[in-house]
Design a protein around this ligand. Structure first.
Ligand code: FAD
Length: 552
């Protein structure tokens, strides 16, 4: 088994350099992680390089739903909804810790986007297309029933509501769990390793990548039979380096989310509602927070730092006030926020909202395979298609036959509970163990959502000696992150491994010094590295809490 410890980065890069891989994946978001897992479990020797942290691109900045995209039915994207809809149950069964069913209510008001008839038909088609299991099929609610489920919704001209199941996830943790499973099966994976150039053979066919370690500054020449560009919003940049950015290109759109404390916005029930301009927006309860999103506007700014603007924020605040009249949240109640960039495939003359979310594969003359578009939810199927392309090519070129994908029934890391059925018994057992260790119910529950069956390692670290000024649970999660999830920086820990920057910013502020000191000590940071890491964390805290005034 390959390791995924932050201390092994150099060794992993050197190992990759020393071998010829079957497949090198560029980009460690959900698409790249999924491809890595699919390829490795079919027997391909695969490696992955990510220029930031795993999931630091779009895959930590989504609405965090595993869903078929009900609204795309309006655009008659039947095939996409059916395919992605079916994937929901698979993602859930393979990672029941990081994915939770969430009943969603779609209230309809006189003159709104959806009426009783269209909602009923739409949800019925959705159930059918997505193959929704019996206990989770849609119901139609009367106005009284709808208000009973969520007293905060606008009662004026309320005609009723649709009630159906989606799944809630943590996108960055889903990505890391998929990545960890790939590594467990033999994949190489390194964060902060950037593809800066390609290597070609004498016939102009791509057979390697020049990779810069963004921590040490060293470069590595990594050779592979096939290269996949899974760089999300950066896909075109990587095609450009290959000189193959031709034909279809990406169209980038930005979406933002706002986070409120439950005491300010006490939402009980997830709601899918109309903004005043007719766009559809989610309001979702999550532990003791409520988050709301998203927007859809054209984007051409800094891809690493998409910003929430004052205009974006006010748009969502207006939408909240229009649909939840008794909720008086204002800009001062926004505890945190994030912005993400959708890597969509351009379609002439369409508004951002109308561009299809379907995925596509481009193959350049040099053999670079690029995968763009798609959704978090459909990552497994996308990975299967990408790796099918690779195995078909290898069969034609070398006569090697690989198996078809075998990820449909493969639990991701932390998901080895015997599916959703086994998860409940597992959870009960671990809640008891947590209590015996002195952890509160809520604490253990949150740990289970993050680590699933890997919680035993957290419990182990929790009982070990920890630095005097460090909370023992923070120590346990950090230690696990360093040795098992390649945590290198405070931002890796506070954003992608724990989600705390978005959903518990007070916890970040409380523990940032002890986490910083521990990482500085572990990785022997010099003064320069200390300043860099401190500035980076402060910058991201500021980004999450302070919208900018100008549009990108
Ligand atoms: C606002 C918003 C809401 C969304 N909500 C949902 C939702 O609820 N459900 C859903 O299913 N989907 C949702 N999506 C879509 C989903 O988030 C994306 O489809 C998915 O995360 C894209 O993943 P990716 O791996 O392709 O891209 P990314 O996650 O961006 O990964 C690409 C990676 O490539 C890396 N990279 C770039 N250049 C290089 C290089 N030169 N060398 C090495 N690495 C490089 C980047 O650092 C990045 O980490 C949403 C998207 C947005 C923006």
């Amino acid at each position: 088994m390959k390791t995924f410890s932050a201390f092994d980065r150099n060794r992993i890069l050197n190992d990759m350099k020393a071998e010829q891989l079957d497949l090198l994946v560029i980009g460690g978001g959900i698409t790249g992680a999924g491809i890595s897992l699919d390829a490795t479990t079919r027997g391909l020797k695969s490696g992955l390089v990510e220029m930031q942290d795993f999931g630091a691109g779009t895959s930590s900045r989504s609405t965090k739903l595993v869903h078929g995209g009900l609204r795309y039915l309006k655009q008659f994207e039947v095939r996409m909804v059916a395919e992605v809809g079916k994937e929901r149950a698979i993602v859930y069964e393979n990672g029941p810790h990081v994915t939770t069913p969430e009943w969603m209510m779609l209230p309809f008001h006189k003159g709104g986007t959806f009426g009783p008839f269209t909602t009923n038909i739409g949800l019925r088609v959705y159930d059918f297309l997505a193959g929704v299991k019996k206990g989770e099929r849609r119901e139609m609610l009367s106005p009284e029933e709808a208000v009973e489920k969520e007293p905060l919704i606008k009662k004026e001209q309320l005609k009723g509501a649709g009630y159906y199941v989606e799944y809630k996830t943590d996108d960055a943790r889903l990505t890391i769990e998929v990545m960890k499973k790939a590594v467990e099966h033999g994949a190489y994976a390194v964060n902060y390793a950037q593809a800066i150039d390609y290597i070609y053979d004498t016939e102009g066919q791509i057979n390697g990548v020049v990779v810069r370690d963004n921590i040490s500054g060293e470069t590595y020449h990594i050779h592979a039979k096939k290269i996949i560009n899974a760089c999300g919003p950066w896909v075109d940049d990587l095609r450009e380096i290959d000189g193959s950015k031709q034909g279809k290109t990406l169209s980038l759109t930005k979406g933002i989310h706002l986070v409120f404390s439950k005491s300010d916005f006490p939402l009980k029930q997830a709601i899918y509602f109309d903004a005043p301009d007719g766009r559809m927006i989610f309001a979702i309860p999550r532990n003791d927070k409520t988050y709301v999103g998203t927007t859809d506007t054209r984007f051409s700014g800094d891809l690493k730092h998409p910003h929430v603007t004052v205009e974006d924020r006010d748009y969502l605040l207006d939408a909240i006030h229009a649909n939840f009249p008794s909720v008086e949240v204002n800009k001062d109640n926004v505890e945190s926020s994030w912005a993400g960039v959708r890597p969509l495939i351009a379609e002439d003359g369409k508004d951002p909202d109308e561009i299809s979310r379907k995925d596509e594969i481009f193959i350049s003359d040099s053999g670079l395979i690029s995968m763009a578009g798609g959704k978090l939810t459909g990552y497994r199927k996308m990975a299967e298609q990408a790796v099918d392309t690779v195995t078909e090519q290898l069969k034609a070129e070398e006569g090697i036959i690989y198996s078809s994908s075998n990820t449909e029934h493969l639990p991701i890391s932390g998901g080895e509970t015997g599916g959703s059925k086994g998860y409940h018994a597992f959870k009960k057992k671990k809640m008891n163990e947590g209590a015996r260790l002195g952890l509160g119910e809520k604490q253990t529950e949150l740990l289970l959502q993050k680590y699933g069956t890997n919680i035993d390692s957290i419990f182990d670290y929790y009982t070990q000696d920890h630095p005097e000024h460090m909370d023992p649970l923070v120590f346990a999660e950090l230690q696990y992150g360093i040795f098992n999830e390649m945590v290198l920086k405070p931002t890796d820990f506070f954003i992608r491994r724990t989600g705390a920057l978005y959903f518990d910013i007070h916890w970040v502020k409380k523990h940032k010094e002890s986490v910083f000191d521990y990482l500085a000590d572990q990785f022997s940071w010099d003064a320069n590295e200390k300043t860099k890491n401190r500035n980076e964390l402060e910058k991201l805290i500021l980004e999450a809490t302070t919208p900018v005034t100008s549009n990108e």
